[in-house]
Design a protein around this ligand. Sequence first.
Ligand code: NAP
Length: 256
Amino acid sequence: MGLVKGKIALVTGAGAGIGRATAMLFATEGAKVVVSDIDPASGNETVALIEKNGGEAKFIKADVSKSKDVTALIKSAVDHYGRIDCACNNAGIEGKVVPFHAQSEGNFDAIISVNVKGVFLCLKQEIEHMRNNGGGTIVNLSSVAGLIGFPGLSPYVASKHAVIGMTKNAALEYAKEGIRVNAICPGGIDTRMLDSLAEQASGGGMSTDEMMDPLHPMGRIGTPQEVAELIVWLCSDRSSFITGTAVPVDGGYTSQ
Ligand code: NAP
């Protein structure tokens, strides 16, 4: 308790999965949270869950792939809470599982626009704000797919490699200004996105657990909470000498 006490944290894609767990853990650990998502219903549900646990949060709608939305998000967050100390750029989509030669331009554009442009737009504006505010910490959601390839997922793999590239560059450019930027690389995590990937990859023939558990050395997929623990710690002062990294949280997946 109290890992990020008194800080203001922003989480994108916080209406579900890893984003929701992260927003909730930020609040449990003492931060006031800006919960952002493309979907107001699920975002407001996250706020209600935080408030039920005694925390403080505000929902602000934003599609991270839209420059105007991201500008309005940062402005409203700062207008409401005065500043942003920690940001988690989590919103992402998986798209379609299709071999490389059969990938459509539409699927590629859709994935790149949320997973790469979305992180770019958020990072840029968060950094701009943090430079004028004495620093801050940022965690970007990459994936094990940012470190290695996954057949059928070429646009997603490209997007998650790009997130690590942007993370390294931002970390280098602002290291002396008190802004730390890290990426994290989850393995299979129990969310709607993983259900979609398992269903597409197995043609609906296997459950998520049947398909994904045996792929991980620990024999199971991870929970959103296990990812949130890493994100909140990387955003806290306890990780003060860590920047520019891409940290796996994958039950040993990338050690194979
Ligand atoms: P999820 O359960 O699908 O949740 C993603 C959230 O982001 C949803 O609330 C979604 O809203 C929202 N979102 C989608 N597009 C958006 C946009 N353009 N702007 C703002 N919000 C948007 O996914 P998750 O599994 O928690 O994944 C979160 C992040 O972790 C993603 O970046 C993903 O690539 C990464 N990741 C996940 C896994 C995994 O196994 N789950 C592994 C590695 C990395 P809607 O539902 O309304 O679309």
